[in-house]
Design a protein around this ligand. Structure first.
Ligand SMILES: C[S@@+](CC[C@H](N)C(=O)[O-])C[C@H]1O[C@@H](n2cnc3c(N)ncnc32)[C@H](O)[C@@H]1O
Length: 263
C-alpha cells in the first residue's frame, strides 16, 4: 500500500488502522481498537519510535517484515484455550469415525491449542493416524504453535504430551508431525498446504468480520472441503449464510454444514 491510499485527514492512529486493515485484508473490530491502540503504542515505544516516525518509514517502504508481523499480531485477538469448545471437539471425533486417516483444517487456530485439542481427542478415541493443520494470520501465534509447548492441561493425556519442567507439557514428536501449522490469511488467494480436508473448523474468528466478509470466508472454506466433508463453526457465527453446495445439519451445536457429495 502506498501513502496515497490512506486519507490524510485521519488522525495518526486511524491512519494505522486503515493501513493494517488494507494491507492484511482484515477488519479490526471497534471493540478491539482501544486495546490495539495501547498495545501499538507500547510496542512502537519499545522499538524506539512513535506512530508518526513509523508512518514516515511506511511511506518510504522502510518497515521490515518482522515489524509488519508484529503490527498484525497486535491488531488481532488471539484468545484461545484447550478444549474451548468440547461439543465441537466431540463432533469432530464422531465425524472421523470410519475415515482411515482424517484430514482436519483449523482456520484461525491462534497459538495451536485448538488443533492440539483435536489431536489429543482423536488419539484418546484410538485414531492412530490423522492430520490436523492449523492456520493463522499471525506469525507470532504460528511460531508458538510449532513449539508444541504449553502449560500443563489436565484434558491432555500422556498419550499426546509429556510433562516437562516448570509445570509445562510438550506434545510428543509423533503428534507434532501429525499436527502442522502454517501462517496464512484466509482472505488471500494462496491455497493452504492441506488439500481436500474432510473437516474444516473455524471458531471465534468470523466474529471479528463484517457479514459480507464472513460470507466470503465461509464460501472459501466450503470450497476447500472434499465432497461430503463437514464445516464446523461456533454457534451464531454464520448468521444467515447459505451456499448451494452446503447443507446445514439441523439442531447442531456447534454449527455443522455438510458439502454435497455431487460437487
Ligand atoms: C480469538 S482467536 C480464536 C482461536 C481458536 N479458533 C479458538 O476458538 O480458541 C482468532 C484467531 O483468528 C486469527 N485470524 C483473524 N483473521 C484471520 C484471517 N483472515 N486468516 C487467518 N487467521 C485469522 C487471529 O490471528 C486469531 O489468532
Amino acid at each position: 500500500m502506498n501513502s496515497l491510499d490512506v486519507p490524510a485527514e485521519l488522525d495518526i492512529f486511524d491512519r494505522w488502522l486503515v493501513t493494517i486493515e488494507a494491507r492484511f485484508s482484515i477488519q479490526i473490530d471497534a471493540n478491539r481498537q482501544a486495546a490495539f491502540k495501547s498495545a501499538l503504542n507500547r510496542y512502537i515505544e519499545s522499538i524506539g519510535l512513535d506512530l508518526e516516525s513509523l508512518d514516515e518509514r511506511r511511506k518510504s517502504g522502510r518497515v521490515d517484515g518482522e515489524t509488519w508481523s508484529m503490527l498484525l499480531h497486535l491488531a488481532t485477538n488471539h484468545e484461545t484455550r484447550f478444549f474451548r469448545s468440547l461439543p465441537a471437539t466431540q463432533r469432530i471425533v464422531k465425524l472421523c469415525e470410519g475415515i482411515t486417516s482424517p484430514r482436519i483444517l483449523s482456520v484461525g487456530c491462534s497459538s495451536g491449542e485448538e488443533p492440539f485439542s483435536i489431536a489429543s481427542a482423536l488419539l484418546d478415541a484410538g485414531h492412530p493416524t490423522f492430520r490436523v493443520h492449523g492456520t493463522d494470520v499471525s506469525s507470532v501465534c504460528i511460531s508458538t504453535a510449532r513449539e508444541g509447548l504449553y502449560p500443563r492441561h489436565q484434558g491432555v493425556g500422556l498419550v499426546a504430551a509429556a510433562p516437562t519442567r516448570g509445570d509445562k507439557m510438550r506434545f510428543h514428536r509423533f503428534v507434532r508431525e501429525m499436527v502442522t501449522f502454517e501462517e496464512h490469511n484466509i482472505l488471500q488467494d494462496r491455497p493452504v498446504l492441506l488439500a481436500n480436508p474432510n473437516i474444516v473448523i473455524t471458531q471465534n474468528m468470523l466474529i471479528y468480520y463484517r457479514t459480507d466478509t464472513r460470507y466470503e470466508i465461509l464460501d472459501r472454506l466450503a470450497a476447500m472441503l472434499v465432497p461430503g466433508g463437514h464445516l464446523i463453526t461456533g454457534p451464531g457465527e454464520t448468521l444467515n449464510w447459505s451456499n448451494p453446495s452446503m447443507t446445514r445439519i439441523p439442531n447442531s451445536n456447534p454449527n455443522v454444514f455438510q458439502r454435497s457429495v455431487d460437487v
